[in-house]
Design a protein around this ligand. Structure first.
Ligand code: ADP
Ligand code: UDP
Length: 238
């Protein structure tokens, strides 16, 4: 497969066309951003760790029957993925209260959420990713009702698989964000699943092992990501 020109450079990843019109190369960079790109830093090894992490998680999800875009890891920081027509809506599931939910609703961080919540956000940096609802998605044509229903179903299926996977490795899956796209008429999970886009706490101590370490200036960001990878049995290069 031949790498062609850059299609898009996001805040943490770059997307390249290939000689295959149905495939892209996703490159994970060391750039780490928070607060709509207000705080940006380069964290050595982060791109590599997230690439290995994402391929590992997407493989587990595929084994569970979830359609995913990742086809294979290409190098330490790159993976070959299906070229999706991305739906500009972020799907967030929360098992435990944290982050914007606490700020918005005044609930205590750490509260168990039963049943887990499902929220939608518009992927739009200029508007600061506002929260939206299902009627907005339909009215503004971001996705058809049947597509949104499938996204919601898959987002909860991901929760069933990953809550257990992380629990088995001594961690709590607090919340996470997923992005979907369309490939040959089918809704497929795109983008990434890594500690950049989810919250993971140690099950015993509730120590934060995710991007909140960066957001809150706690330090040891990549060290925490590597600890999670180690617990999952992901074999990272030295
Ligand atoms: P952002 O756009 O939020 O700054 P990234 O730096 O992660 O995000 O950039 C990656 C971009 O690639 C995102 O906009 C994401 O929606 C898009 N993307 C992820 N997976 C695919 C895919 N399989 N096909 C097309 N676009 C994708
Ligand atoms: N998230 C993300 N990208 C976004 C917004 C949120 O990956 O643009 C993830 C975030 O890492 C967390 C979950 O979605 O795991 C819920 O985020 P929240 O709404 O609490 O926002 P935050 O507090 O991060 O601003």
């Amino acid at each position: 497969m031949q790498k062609r020109e850059e299609l898009y450079a996001g805040k943490a990843k770059s997307v390249y066309l290939t000689d295959d019109p149905d495939r892209l190369i996703l490159e994970f960079r060391d750039d780490t951003s928070a607060f709509d790109g207000e705080k940006v830093e380069q964290l050595a090894r982060k791109g590599m760790v997230n690439n290995y992490f994402n391929v590992f998680i997407m493989d587990r999800l595929a084994e569970a029957g979830i359609p995913v875009h990742v086809e294979q890891r290409l190098s330490d920081t790159q993976a070959v993925v299906k070229k999706l027509a991305m739906i500009p809506v972020e799907c967030v599931v929360r098992n435990i209260a944290a982050g914007s939910l606490c700020r918005r609703l005044g609930v205590q961080e750490g509260m168990d959420l039963n049943p887990p919540t499902f929220e939608l956000f518009l992927k739009n940096d200029a508007l600061h990713d506002p929260m939206i609802n299902e009627s907005h998605v339909e009215t503004f044509g971001w996705a058809k009702p049947a597509q949104l229903a499938r996204m919601k179903q898959l987002t909860f299926q991901v929760n069933d698989v990953l809550k257990q996977l992380f629990a088995d490795a001594g961690m709590l899956l607090v919340d996470y964000k997923l992005e979907f796209g369309v490939f040959k008429g089918e809704i497929v999970l795109g983008d990434e699943f890594s500690p950049d886009g989810c919250r993971l706490w140690d099950a015993q101590t509730r120590e934060k092992l995710d991007k909140d370490r960066f957001r809150q200036g706690l330090g040891g960001v990549v060290e925490a990501y590597e600890e999670v990878a180690k617990r999952l049995g992901i074999d990272l290069p030295q």
